[in-house]
Design a binder for this molecule. Structure first.
Ligand code: SF4
Length: 73
């Protein structure tokens, strides 16, 4: 049995727009990543909520975007 992908065009377009607007990528940049970003809510978890106003969604510890900011220790 095979299934055809069902894509919600509006959500697909919104995701694409977010990626373009934030330069979001799936790998760290020069040691910076979501996992050590100010906006990553649970630094010890592999997935966590990003509370930056552009995101407000789950992201991965290894991702990076142009809004990366140093976490205050
Ligand atoms: S602001 Fe960007 S780098 Fe920081 S946690 Fe959110 S998506 Fe990751």
């Amino acid at each position: 049995m095979s299934f055809e992908p069902t894509v919600d065009e509006a959500k697909f377009n919104a995701s694409s727009k977010l990626i373009r607007a934030t330069a979001l990528r799936g790998t760290p940049l020069e040691g910076d990543s979501c996992g050590n970003c100010l906006y990553y809510l649970q630094p010890d978890d592999p997935l966590a909520f990003c509370w930056h106003e552009k995101f407000q969604c789950l992201v991965s510890t290894n991702w990076w975007c142009q809004f990366w900011a140093m976490r205050e220790e």
